[in-house]
Ligand binder design. Structure first.
Ligand SMILES: Cc1cc2nc3c(=O)[nH]c(=O)nc-3n(C[C@H](O)[C@H](O)[C@H](O)COP(=O)(O)OP(=O)(O)OC[C@H]3O[C@@H](n4cnc5c(N)ncnc54)[C@H](O)[C@@H]3O)c2cc1C
Length: 368
């Protein structure tokens, strides 16, 4: 059971009968809830349909890091997306950080948000050279970053961390205040032009937005593929880690919450073929390595929580955001970075749904 979902219960009724709205959003993770929020804030009537509960899938099972950029360091990202593309992606995730700060403040969302920065730590010599060069390059763009050569790490001072379930549920409450309707325990079994069908009713809407991430291919043609991530959390322990850390090209990560719990996740690179599919189960192979990390860092507090979550990976590690058919939009495929990409992506898709243009639409065009 995810640390964040421990003790959390559902708050919204299932769909009972047919309803209509300007927009139906399928999925109530960070992407769906933020999309509903932005659309409702712009005056649209919105219905959110969620098979489980708000933030019960990946959005309630992550590490809660709010990092800028993609999983890889900036030099690797520039190699992949071009220098200008990598800079635009960086600024897009910075937009999420700005949105989180503003929305948490505006709606007084109690989600343990902290801006202590994050450490990016090299796993080998090649990665260290890239991390150092990335820090130099981003520093020339005004990014707050310092390098610790002996530790082979760079600290990005503007990064943040939060309690993901309290954040998404807080934003859901804010969306409801703006007029959005949320139905939990309501699985969409099919979507067609202008409608989302469930076992208990049909929602008719001018636009449907699929915020179903790893599960998108069940409802529409999609290249998003499900990939598993695992974590564990300990009981409160004396402080060992000052801020969230991201190592070995993002394959290993850890943080310590303000009450001292140590959270460790990742090591998927040691079992790439097994860590796929929708099954949210922990495995001994991965959990043993997470525990070994605790021992290496002399964390002796007992493990209280172990969990797995299903991420939606895209073909190039960038989300798919935009229209996929007449009246149907998608916002997903965050490749393990949806807390960082989600709110800015939701703002983008909400803009497109309203018929306007967005300067970053080309970057994330689902047909690219
Ligand atoms: C272990 C782990 C650690 C991670 N750490 C981080 C991190 O530190 N920082 C970061 O940025 N990202 C992290 N991520 C990734 C992040 O959690 C995801 O990218 C993000 O939560 C995706 O949000 P989402 O709303 O797109 O998807 P989800 O949260 O998966 O939400 C999709 C929702 O759609 C619903 N749904 C699906 N099909 C249907 C249907 N037919 N009808 C109705 N509802 C449906 C699902 O029930 C689900 O609630 C991590 C992920 C994992 C697993």
């Amino acid at each position: 059971m995810s640390l964040w979902l421990d003790g959390a219960s559902r708050s919204y009724p299932p769909l009972a009968g047919d309803e209509s709205a300007d927009v139906a959003v399928v999925g109530a993770g960070i992407a769906g809830i933020a999309t509903a929020y932005f659309l409702a804030a712009a005056g649209a009537s919105v219905i959110v349909l969620e098979a489980r509960g708000v933030a019960e899938a990946a959005s309630g099972r992550n590490a809660g890091f709010l990092l800028a950029g993609v999983a890889e360091n900036f030099v690797a990202a520039a190699h992949r997306y071009g220098e200008q593309g990598a800079l635009r992606i960086w600024r897009f995730t910075r937009r999420t950080q700005w949105l989180v700060r503003a929305l948490v403040e505006e709606h007084d969302i109690d989600c343990a948000l902290r801006w202590n920065g994050s450490d990016q730590i090299a796993g080998d010599d090649g990665e260290w050279r890239e991390i150092e060069a990335s820090a130099r390059r981003l520093s020339s763009e005004g990014v707050g970053v310092s390098v610790d050569a002996p530790a082979r790490s760079a600290t990005y001072v503007e990064d943040g961390e939060l309690h993901p379930v309290r954040w998404v549920r807080g934003l859901a409450a804010a969306a409801v205040k703006k007029g959005a309707r949320i139905h939990e325990s309501t699985r969409v079994i099919g979507v067609g032009p202008g409608e989302a069908r469930t076992a208990t009713g049909v929602v008719r809407a001018g636009a449907i937005v699929l915020c179903t991430n790893a599960y998108t291919a069940r409802l529409a043609p999609s290249r998003v593929r499900p990939v598993r991530g695992q974590m564990l959390a300990t009981a409160p322990a004396p402080r060992v880690f000052a801020r969230p850390a991201y190592a070995n090209r993002g394959y290993r990560y850890w943080r310590q919450t303000s009450d001292g719990r140590v959270l460790v996740g990742g090591w998927r690179d040691t079992a790439v073929d097994e860590e796929v599919g929708e099954e949210e189960r922990t495995t001994e192979a991965i959990q043993t390595q997470l525990e070994a990390f605790l021992r290496q860092h002399r964390v002796s507090a007992p493990v209280t929580h172990r969990w797995a979550g299903t991420m939606g990976f895209s073909h190039d590690a960038l989300p798919y955001i935009g229209r996929i058919a007449e009246g149907t939009f998608v916002c997903g495929g965050f490749t393990g970075h949806g807390m960082a990409f989600g709110p800015a992506s939701a703002e983008l898709v909400a803009t497109l749904v309203r018929g306007a243009t967005h300067p970053d639409a080309d970057l994330f065009d689902p047909s690219r």
